[in-house]
Design a protein around this ligand. Sequence first.
Ligand code: KG4
Ligand code: ZN
Length: 339
Amino acid sequence: MLILGIESSCDETGAAIIEGTSKSKKVKLLSNALATSLAMHGTTGGIIPENAAREQVKFIIPVIKEALEKAGVKPTELDAISVTYGPGLIGSLLIGVETAKTLSYIYNKPLIPTNHLIGHIYANFIEQENQTIDIEFPAIGLIVSGGHTDLVLIKKHGDIKWLGGTRDDAAGEAMDKIGRLLGLPYPGGPNIEKRAKLGDPEKYNFPTPLNDKSFDFSFSGLKTAVLREVKKQQINDQMVNDICANVQKVIIGILIKKTLRAAREYKVKSILLGGGVAANQTLRDQLQEEINQANLGFKLFIPERFLCTDNGAMIASSAFYNNQIQNWQKVDADPGLYF
Ligand code: KG4
Ligand code: ZN
């Protein structure tokens, strides 16, 4: 079955076509189109929701057209249309949701409203050319993005239990805010990663947040600790590198520790990562290394970098596996949607 996935929850406008095969339960990526207003938000040091929504209006139709053209699929040939209906910025969400509803009505296609967070997990199921992915359940999912940090237990498709999440800033949000404190370009995440490579992670010793038995996270204290350091003295380039190296170490350390503890406790077979922060190479490498070293037997799945950040393909993939068709008249954007 051919599914169009539409994503517009924040500053990325994504559309993709996937082909799902019911018999083998596999999803192949046929096309993936993306536009982003990221550079514009660099000029304001972060996202102004109104600006992001206006850009969504500009991008949505060209991006959907591009996805269809690249896949060589006509709208009439689609089996379903899926769209992110939450969580996210209301203005941005509305653009994708209303476009998807209109397409569903015009072409008389089933509409599948999709949870963005679950979408990040389902990026792991997308196969590209000559690729086979075999994910076994139960699995632990770690969603680490600009808006969310959540640990979930996935017993089977459609059966997801929330185990814990951030009590304040998300991991990506903390990196973006710390990046701004250090004068780095927006978004902070990838820039902290770059600068961390040039720094010594042991020069600073920022506190590990919420290092306890819960599956919750807290990153705002880390931001305050960096702010205190920055206010104390003039920070030069090397100090920025060293701060970035320690901040990255602390954030990755606690993410890995709690993910592995959840995986052990629930005796899972797989760990699935998702969200923009999962693009971080140190997180990817270190988690795999710790799994190998401890010989824990979990299989780790991390989407390719372009499928970690927001995209339409993960939305179509989640729609295929969870397949909750809704009448278009009943679908509304839900900015505060959770698990
Ligand atoms: O999933 P995403 O594209 O959007 C949300 O749903 O929030 O994630 C964006 C977040 C931003 O906070 C960005 O700084 C972070 O992902 N990010 C990274 C990296 N690439 C993006 N964080 C750390 N290292 C990276 N390489
Ligand atoms: Zn996201």
